[in-house]
Design a protein around this ligand. Structure first.
Ligand SMILES: Cc1cc2nc3c(=O)[nH]c(=O)nc-3n(C[C@H](O)[C@H](O)[C@H](O)COP(=O)(O)OP(=O)(O)OC[C@H]3O[C@@H](n4cnc5c(N)ncnc54)[C@H](O)[C@@H]3O)c2cc1C
Length: 475
């Protein structure tokens, strides 16, 4: 049986899209790989742990309660690995509870969010080094500190979110290392004025960091992490506005057992690439993202796109774009007449424009910096799944690779379980310096599986000895 709408991703965007579409009478299946809706920013605490009391925790709890009460099906712990076209719409293959399932749907709404960008540096693969956005998962979902003494580094608002979160949980932040200058933050303030709630939260975080006496290093970058079996120290140095360390500047080292580091967010385009939707490059919105129109319609018939997979913009923009997309699908399905849709969409578009100003300013602070990938030393591992170093990527470029998919084929960079989510941007950044910029370096071709899934879930129990191996081709 086919549903009217399948939504992939139950963050602020997908959750609100599913609720809005169900409100207008569509049969909706919402699919989420985490154990509960909420996405990255409104993430639920792990079972048995108390919920937080901040605005994100409350928004997450409200979303989960609304989804539980709504006339829709929510598949949690369900990993979508394949999306295909059918005569009447789409087929979505997923793995849940170790078993494979397929869902047929007339319309598809992709709300797969974003992932983190970390530009590699010597020592970044040491235990103890984690992503800045990843640290929010530890703090929110597991109520765990990244370590006893943490350096927090990178760019954008997550720096303060994580540093303040560690302090609130009783941890120690030994240094806060920011790619941006104080002037960059001041320049972003007018756009944030549209969101006094965000300004107030930001001021609260800044105050707690100041009160704890955390040393803040503006326009600085991490140049190395050191340690034997695990992280022991982090070295930082002043940098230029592209994140490139200033030549000749002496690094400064901090003893630390944890480093939370992130260089911004990247729209998760794995699903939009797989279905063949159109993409656009905008560094100020995280780089390559899915294209959508004012009704959140992608370039493909029957496919809508909500939230950060369509460009980085923050939780408020994601939630509003989700509501608009859900209403637009209901309108396209004939469940919402033109006048009702217009009356619903107009105020949402106004709120989106306001939220977009603040979200856009924060997204620009998390933009990819042109020089950082070029500064990765030759022996540093870039692709940690396939163990590909900067020098191997340089060799492929010297041999003629001119586009990211050639790099992948020649070096195996991006072919591992993470499918390029960790290394893809760094590898493309290295290539960008040789081909005229990141946009010219291109976009990875979409490939299944979208997420790693166990073979046993797809094939059932099997024995390797039973797999028929064809005889070798004649010489
Ligand atoms: C790790 C991380 C932590 C973040 N923490 C914060 C924070 O603390 N504060 C803040 O303001 N912003 C945070 N952000 C930014 C945040 O992503 C957004 O502002 C907001 O969550 C975007 O909403 P969204 O609905 O577009 O995407 P998301 O919230 O990312 O939701 C997308 C959902 O899609 C699901 N999904 C993706 N692919 C599949 C698949 N193949 N199968 C099934 N499900 C899938 C994901 O599990 C996810 O729950 C974080 C971002 C990241 C990457």
């Amino acid at each position: 049986m086919s549903v009217d709408l399948a939504v992939i991703g139950a963050g602020p965007a997908g959750g609100n899209a599913a609720l809005e579409a169900a409100r207008h009478g569509l049969s909706v299946t919402l699919i989420e790989e985490s154990q509960a809706p909420g996405g990255q920013v409104w993430r639920a605490p792990a079972p048995g742990l108390a919920a937080g009391s901040d605005a994100d925790a409350k928004a997450g709890a409200a979303l989960r309660a609304a989804i539980a009460a709504a006339p829709l099906t929510c598949l949690q712990g369900a990993r979508v690995w394949l999306i295909g076209r059918t005569r009447a719409g789409f087929r979505i293959d997923l793995v849940r509870d170790g078993a494979s399932e397929a869902i047929e749907t007339r319309a598809l709404l992709l709300a797969t969010g974003a992932h983190e960008r970390v530009v590699p540096f010597p020592g970044w693969t040491l235990p103890g080094v984690i992503g800045l956005a990843g640290a929010t998962i530890l703090l929110k979902s597991q109520k765990m500190l990244p370590g006893r003494r943490t350096v927090v580094a990178g760019c954008g608002p997550l720096l303060s979110v994580v540093a303040a979160g560690i302090l609130k949980a009783g941890g120690k932040v030994v240094a806060l290392v920011d790619l941006d200058s104080r002037a960059d933050w001041l320049a972003a303030l007018p756009a944030l004025a549209a969101r006094p709630d965000l300004l107030a939260r930001g001021a609260g975080w800044a105050l707690s960091i100041l009160r704890a006496g955390v040393p803040r290093f503006a326009r600085h970058t991490v140049v190395a992490a050191d340690g034997d079996q695990a992280l022991a120290g982090v070295s930082i140095a002043p940098c230029d506005e592209d994140g490139v360390p200033v030549a000749g500047a002496a690094p400064r080292r901090f003893e630390a057992d944890a480093l939370a580091i992130g260089h911004g967010l990247v729209p998760d385009t794995a699903a939009t690439r797989l279905v063949g939707a159109e993409h656009h490059f905008d560094a100020g919105r995280g780089g390559w993202h899915g294209v959508r129109d004012a009704d959140m319609r992608s370039s493909l018939d029957g496919v809508w796109l909500a939230g950060e997979a369509g460009g980085i913009g923050g939780a408020a923009v994601a939630a509003l774009s989700g509501r608009l997309a859900g209403a637009a699908v209901a309108h396209a399905a004939g469940r919402l007449d033109a006048a009702s849709y217009a009356a619903l969409a107009a105020p949402l578009r106004g709120q989106l424009a306001r939220a977009g100003r603040a979200g856009g300013a924060m997204a620009r602070m998390m933009r990819p910096r042109a020089g950082m990938a070029g500064a990765i030393p030759p022996e540093t591992v870039v692709c940690r799944c396939e163990d590909v170093t900067r020098a191997e990527i340089d060799a492929a470029i010297a041999a003629g690779a001119r586009e990211v998919n050639q790099l992948k084929q020649w070096t195996r960079c991006g072919m591992g379980p993470c499918q390029g989510r960790m290394c893809g941007e760094a590898a493309a950044g290295i290539l960008a310096d040789h081909v005229g910029g990141r946009e010219a370096a291109g976009l990875w071709t979409g490939r299944a599986p979208l997420r790693p899934v166990p073979m046993a879930a797809l094939l059932g129990q099997f024995d390797y000895a039973d797999i028929p191996i064809p005889p070798p081709a004649p010489p």
